[in-house]
Design a protein around this ligand. Structure first.
Ligand SMILES: Nc1ncnc2c1ncn2[C@@H]1O[C@H](COP(=O)(O)OP(=O)(O)O)[C@@H](O)[C@H]1O
Ligand SMILES: Cc1ncc(COP(=O)(O)OP(=O)(O)O)c(N)n1
Length: 269
């Protein structure tokens, strides 16, 4: 069975972060592992508190995984401080995992910051260059590039700027735009827009985590980047279509086993 590691924060309400990542991995038939970088006391309405795991403990968790198991892909989510980033980048440079997907999480849906301001620079210089694919939403892409994004051609310009940071490809997600949900994938040569009808729901907690984890799961299963992004877009769209009215705020995406049962392929190795 293919194995995928998530390096991210814990969402105790189960809709985003490590919890969304592991649910996505299971639904897509890969074995999920987790290195927890921060514990977030959050729910569908708000973030109450954040406690970062020490950099030493992040390093030990990474050693524990990599000395025993070789992940087929790695997804990186919330990294709140420069010290967390340094611990992760240092170990990934040592272990050199393949298929690294980086979701540069900066704020929760309710606007609460999940990454502090001094982390932008190390994100761009130490973390993004490790990525096979980086998946910012529009506000994150604006912060990464210093430009405003109002159109698909702005998304294309931002994608070009992000590629200069040294990643292999980028998908700018269109969840925060108006109209259809159009994500723009750029591999340094060509632009590929992935379009889905916008689903009229408030229950979109964890959409970014779900999408990036689904890309990692598909890359682990040896899909080409473009096919992994295409499949992940289909997966997240289904997960939003069937999202759950749990909690009083933005409910979570649903990792809809029944729809995926039968479509998932398991490897025996
Ligand atoms: N209401 C929606 N209908 C359909 N797709 C959506 C909707 N909201 C977000 N998406 C999709 O979910 C994925 C995550 O995007 P986005 O919500 O922008 O990320 P984030 O959670 O990081 O802010 C993207 O593929 C985006 O197009
Ligand atoms: C622990 C943790 N990590 C990431 C997020 C952000 O999740 P995301 O899927 O990008 O979007 P929202 O659900 O916040 O809209 C989080 N909230 N918590």
């Amino acid at each position: 069975m293919k194995k995928v590691l998530s390096i991210a924060g814990s969402d105790c309400s189960g809709g985003a972060g490590i919890q969304a990542d592991l649910k996505t991995f299971s639904a897509l038939g890969v074995f999920g592992m987790s290195v927890i970088v921060s514990v977030v006391a959050e729910n569908t309405c708000r973030v109450l508190a954040i406690e970062d795991i020490s950099p030493a403990m992040i390093r030990r968790q990474l050693d524990a995984v990599f000395e025993d198991i070789t992940p087929d892909a790695v997804k990186i989510g919330m990294l709140s401080t420069p010290a967390c980033m340094q611990a992760v980048s240092e170990k990934l440079l040592v272990y050199q995992p393949k298929n690294v997907v980086i979701d540069p999480v900066m704020t929760a849906k309710n606007g609460c910051p999940l990454m502090n301001a001094e982390s932008v620079k190390p994100l761009l210089t130490e973390i993004v260059p490790l990525a096979d694919v980086v998946t910012p939403n529009i506000p994150e892409a604006e912060i990464m590039t210093g430009m405003k994004i109002h159109s698909l051609s702005d998304m294309a310009e931002a994608a070009k700027r992000i590629m200069t940071l040294g990643c292999r490809s980028v998908v700018i997600k269109g969840g925060h735009a108006n109209g259809d949900a159009v994500d723009l994938f750029y591999d340094g040569k060509q632009f590929y827009p992935f379009k889905a009808k916008r689903i009229n729901t408030k229950n979109t907690h964890g959409t970014g985590c779900t999408f990036s984890s689904a890309i990692a799961a598909q890359l682990a299963k040896d899909k080409e980047l473009i096919d992994a992004v295409s499949d992940a877009k289909a997966y997240v769209t289904t997960a939003i279509e069937h999202s759950l009215n749990i909690g009083k705020g933005n409910g979570p995406t649903h990792h809809f086993y029944d729809l995926y049962r039968g479509k998932v392929t398991y490897d025996e190795d």
